[in-house]
Design a protein around this ligand. Sequence first.
Ligand code: AHR
Length: 503
Amino acid sequence: MKKASLILDRDYRIGQIDPRIYGSFVEHLGRCVYGGIYEPGHPQADEQGFRRDVLALVRQIGVPVVRYPGGNFVSGFQWEDSIGPREQRPRRLDLAWFTTESNEFGLHEFIGWCKKAGAAPMYAVNLGTRGADAARNIVEYANHPGGTYWSDLRKKNGALEPLNIKLWCLGNEMDGPWQMGSKTAYEYGRLANESAKMMKWVDPSIEVVACGSSGMTMPTFGDWELTMLNECYDNVDYVSLHRYYGNPTNDTPGFLARSMDLDAFIQTVVCICDSVKGKKHAKKTVNLSFDEWNVWYHSNRQTDEVTRANKWGQALPILEDVYNFEDALLVGSMLITFLRHADRVKVACLAQLVNVIAPIMTRTGGGAWAQTIFYPYMHVSNFARGTALRPVVCSPVYDCADYTDVPYIDATAALDDDGSVTIFAVNRSMEEDILLEADLRAFGELRMGGHILLHHDDVKAVNSEENPQNVAPVQGKGGTLEGGRLSVRLPRLSWNVLRLRHV
Ligand code: AHR
């Protein structure tokens, strides 16, 4: 059997894990809101129309922050449409997805839902078709205590206390030609700067995220970050990154190696942020908000067909990727990559939360269930709290189309405040189990607290309403832990969580 080794020390610290890296995203898109988190009349709906079965799954994951209301949708959105009496809210064409938005679910409903989900809101303002004035007005509406036009309107609409939205996105993917009101890097940088400045004048306690490139493959990637940060560095706190992967050629080893691309993407953006910092002689560091990430490709054709056949429809079943087992492995590796960059990645949002490229699926009028990718997401959110550690991993490697020397074992670890250590590991090998030998002597006495294993013999296996547990975690065989040395067999193609408790 092949072997891999891992050495850990409590002093090999990457940084404190910001729990917001386990965030997610709810866009007015497809059935994410309508038929997803909100479905009045459903047998599971509560008095506000929120699906209790969905809320229970969201709480199981532990989602600390939820980005809203888009996405591409936000670039044509008038936030004022989403407040006040429901029957007076306008119906509008949404040019992002060629659907109709009823505005039945709006800002107050979202804040109410967040409270029930135990999540903080992350609100995106429209810098596509609108600008700094609309942006500062919504901050005043949401966060100003009272005594002004917008804050008193909030009170009239039922919220006597401020909504307290602390994290704001300055638009969405503004480099993309598909975006309503897309801009050059300079135009956007100027607008982001003025918007951030005015929003912070209204409420200095907020943090704001400037749009980075919509992906590393954009021709303007790099130059966009440099140019726009040059304009807004002093007034922004984070730069956004977005990345989705797919396996359309059915190349599993190549697909599972894509987290190496993610790693390079993060490193590059960190370098750009720091080069602008250096050039400006700034003390402040701009960190990263990876506010859209996932696997996304299964539903592309179906989305085109549904959209074409139902132009201007509502709550259409679009972007409904059904995730298989190999997708869960890559999602696990992507989460490992964020942990490895915990010093700079402070926010990350799995896109999206329900139905639309999501870990949770529902049937309108029917059940709710966990997709395969739900599990690594939940495990890392539940167990990787505290300090991210940098393990020294030595693994056998393989080559694939785009990469050489891909480690079969992709692993990282977290040290909890109570002294327990959790190792997260993916075995990318299609053929072989691998013996992982971990040197944990630096932590004093530990005992094996559990081995959670996600494996399926069929990489294309999926979960469904009828068979929701087809791909689900089981208890792994664990291993031996003697004198601080752990020895554990990681099955071929598997996601593993190894919990080691402090004695
Ligand atoms: O998450 C789906 C879409 O992907 C978002 O609306 C957009 O920001 C990205 O291109």
